[in-house]
Design a binder for this molecule. Structure first.
Ligand SMILES: [Zn+2]
Ligand SMILES: [Zn+2]
Length: 255
């Protein structure tokens, strides 16, 4: 699979965008950034969006994507998440007040967007040959990470999380881990802030990686707060773990 990093940061500044990862030109992991790096043709290719939680930096471009596509006669974009996550989206965001209710605007075969509630712990197969499965993580709102299965192994994407356990236990039961995408938002000096807001620092991230039995895979770090990026980079490089690299916007990863 090919993963394109449309945005990978925990805040927005010049050249730093919120999290959005495009898999095989058609499946989004989170929707913090979709439209600004993609031309209209590429935006039309997006069929499914998997949301990790309801925070705005992970959902906001659902509006901009739907707003660009709603006049077209496409077949709609499906938004996946747990029942609770989708409830938050419908009630507080795509509610006809903050954002038009795109679920009621018809297209050729469906509405512009539609919601699909998924259960944690089950793989949902997609027509492209990938399957995705949500597993609980530990953030300050209900949040899940995703395990993505392709024909030669698994990729895990944590979304936003503080120290957690369940998703790693699930990964330890699956063999052939191809890559780990893990968040790391704050430098070690802001440990308290990280705990309060349900995020990781280089120190706590390293402890999370220790929970995985398999050790032979690349680790890609995302959701850094850009204002602390230099310190986070130094602290991650001090871990002396050559599996770990810090993601950059625009990067493409083939797994
Ligand atoms: Zn976030
Ligand atoms: Zn969050």
């Amino acid at each position: 699979m090919r993963i394109e990093v449309l945005g990978c940061y925990g805040a927005e500044f010049l050249r730093f965008k919120s999290c959005g990862f495009l898999i095989d030109n058609s499946v989004m992991l989170d929707a913090g950034t979709i439209v600004s790096p993609l031309d209209l043709e590429a935006q039309r290719g997006i069929r499914e969006i998997f949301i990790t939680h309801s925070h705005l930096d992970h959902i906001k471009d659902i509006f901009f994507l739907a707003n660009n596509l709603f006049e077209e006669k496409g077949s709609g974009v499906k938004i996946y998440g747990t029942k609770e996550i989708l409830k938050g989206l419908k009630r507080h965001f795509i509610n006809g007040v903050i954002c038009p209710d795109f679920t009621s605007i018809p297209q050729k075969r469906s509405s512009v967007i539609s919601f699909k509630a998924i259960k944690e712990g089950e793989f949902y197969p997609l027509p492209q040959g990938l399957s995705l499965r949500a597993e609980n993580v530990n953030h300050n709102v209900e949040a899940v990470g995703y395990i993505i299965s392709c024909d030669h192994g698994y990729v895990v994407y944590t979304g936003d999380t503080g120290p957690t356990g369940h998703i790693w236990k699930v990964c330890n039961k699956l063999s052939n881990l191809l890559a780990v995408f893990i968040e790391c938002s704050f430098p070690n000096g802001l440990h308290e802030m990280a705990v309060l807001s349900g995020h990781l620092t280089p120190q706590t991230m390293a402890k999370e990686l220790d929970k995985l039995k398999e050790k032979d895979y690349p680790v890609f770090v995302f959701h850094m707060k850009p204002q602390y990026l230099k310190t986070i980079e130094e602290e991650i490089s001090a871990l002396n773990d050559d599996r770990i690299s810090i993601l950059a916007q625009g990067e493409e990863i083939d797994l």
